[in-house]
Write a protein that binds this ligand. Structure first.
Ligand SMILES: C[S@@+](CC[C@H](N)C(=O)[O-])C[C@H]1O[C@@H](n2cnc3c(N)ncnc32)[C@H](O)[C@@H]1O
Length: 499
């Protein structure tokens, strides 16, 4: 069975595709023939009562992931690896299951609009299990090179096995309608017109809720012309980033050991093209971890910030779970002779911090960062605040459809309170680094400006703390972007407490 998929949209060249409805030449029309298709036996040749799992483990696994996300609010990237292990799937089946589960989760809004048009009813009126199958089928038709007949036939099989002939007929009818147009043609038919609503138009074509695309455009400000490039990068399968733990292994050694490529900006980063990083010896042995390069730059920036007076080696990570930055800070603290207090209110996440920092000079405290009870006087404090996560959507397939604009206000309140607590805990002349994995202005520059106004802290030029990273703009804060830097859209701003 051969399945070749076209590259994810953002990997086809970022920022130069023109309107998403008019990219031309890449649609599935060219797939109507056999090229890149899979050999599915003709319907009459099938066994009378095949189980889907025997027939098509990859699609059954992808369907089960979509179902877990829909029914239990599960995270696709947490469900899928366990499921692949449990079903002993690897190689091509695992790759296809991953592509379909993550791809269909990311593209959900776009797929639902198309399915709704094809079915002649809102998706809310379609039973959940049936909708999962339709989403998988529509994803294959619109965003992969799987031959249309194979995408339809396998979806019909999934429906028939579980739900009977009537439902299978419905899937067949809807997907045949979906297959009548390419993705570009569907976008042209269903997206808001680019002239009247340029942000909504791009958002639709790159499968983002409009409010999120608008938040990106606002954060880009004068560079809002890059919106399409951000959305495309955010819609693509992300490269896996590893962190080489300082003092344990160098990035060069890790790249050699894993077949990866040394990162561009963080001295600890290695890029991996694919595969399950959890299976790598270096990761299993704790010499390396999985961590976006942007997050590595945040942890490193805290350790590089200029203090007034000596660094007595009291460092604090006020929002530490699950411990990625705490582990890097701990490794750097070990080298510098410093010690890190790591605060996390959720017990299970505190446990994860304990695991990732084992053997390092890190003390984990289960506490609310706003009332940690810790003794003030820290030289360096990281506030890696709970946030909407809009900057890391490419790594969390379903998150963009789960987040709501109404989430922002509550998070901003918490962010301000945590930053206030950090300023209380840092010593005069010490530095607080505020960071989010969101570029939403309410969570980034607005929180920082509020703290500067209320507490008289001095913003430092944070760009100097990430040397060698280009295109950071005119402000003192640092906003990283997937389309510019290949990282998550992390924000950070360093603030010094007056003496
Ligand atoms: C963005 S995550 C931090 C990621 C972490 N720094 C890392 O690199 O792995 C935010 C964390 O803040 C925690 N959190 C939520 N409310 C908090 C509070 N009131 N005080 C401290 N931490 C809090 C969340 O449980 C979550 O683990």
């Amino acid at each position: 069975m051969t399945e070749s998929r076209r590259p994810a949209r953002g990997q086809r060249g970022q920022g130069s595709q023109g309107s998403p409805g008019n990219r031309g030449g890449q649609g599935n029309r060219g797939n109507q023939g056999k090229q890149g298709g899979e050999n599915v036996r003709p319907r009459q040749a099938r066994r009378p009562d095949p189980t889907v799992t025997e027939l098509d483990p990859a699609r059954a696994a992808a369907r089960d992931v979509l179902r877990a996300v829909r029914e239990r609010d599960a995270y696709a990237n947490l469900v899928l690896p366990g499921l692949l292990r449990e079903r002993k799937m690897d190689g091509r089946d695992a790759a296809l299951a991953t592509e379909l589960a993550y791809g269909a989760s990311r593209a959900r809004g776009l797929l639902d609009a198309v399915i709704s048009d094809g079915a002649g009813r809102p998706v809310e009126e379609i039973d959940g299990p049936l909708l999962d199958v339709l989403r998988l089928g529509a994803y294959q038709l619109l965003r992969t090179r799987i031959a249309p007949h194979a995408a339809v036939a396998t979806s019909v099989d999934l429906a028939r096995t579980e739900m009977g002939d009537g439902r299978a007929g419905f899937v067949n009818a809807v997907l045949r309608r979906v297959a009548e147009r390419t993705e570009e043609e569907w976008v042209a038919r269903l997206a808001p017109p680019a002239t009247a609503d340029p942000v909504g138009h791009l958002a639709f074509g790159y499968a983002h809720p409009t409010w999120i695309a608008q938040a990106f455009a606002d954060a880009l400000g004068p560079d809002a012309g890059e919106l399409e490039a951000v959305l495309a990068a955010d819609d693509a399968r992300p490269v896996v980033h590893l962190v080489a733990r300082p003092g344990e292994i160098s990035a060069d050694e890790l790249a050699t050991a894993t077949g990866g490529e040394v990162g561009r900006y963080s001295p600890y980063a290695v890029y991996l093209d694919g595969g399950d990083p959890g299976q790598l010896d270096a990761v299993r042995e704790g010499l390396a971890g999985v961590q976006d390069e942007g997050s590595q730059l945040v942890a490193r920036a805290l350790t590089r910030a200029p203090l007034v007076g000596d660094d007595a080696g009291r460092w604090l990570d006020l929002c530490a779970g699950p411990g990625g930055k705490a582990a890097l800070l701990g490794a750097l603290a070990d080298i510098e002779g410093a010690r890190v207090d790591a605060v996390e209110p959720a017990e299970h996440r505190a446990d994860l911090v304990r695991k990732t920092t084992r053997g390092l000079p890190v003390d984990v405290h289960v506490a609310d960062g706003r009332e940690s009870g810790l003794t003030p006087g820290y030289d360096r404090v990281l506030v890696d605040a709970p946030c909407t996560g809009l900057g890391a959507l490419r790594r969390r397939p379903e998150a963009r459809w789960r987040r709501q604009p109404s989430d922002v206000a509550g998070l901003v309140k918490l962010q301000r309170e945590l930053l206030a607590a950090a300023i209380e805990l840092v010593r005069p002349g010490g530095v607080v680094l505020y960071s989010t994995c969101s570029p939403h202005l309410s969570e980034t520059v607005a929180v920082v400006a509020d703290a500067v106004r209320r507490y008289g802290v001095t913003p430092l030029d944070t760009r100097e703390l990430v040397p060698g990273v280009p295109d950071l703009g005119d402000g003192l804060g640092v906003q990283l972007w997937p389309h510019r830097h290949g990282t998550d859209a992390m924000f950070m701003a360093a603030l010094r407490k007056p003496e």
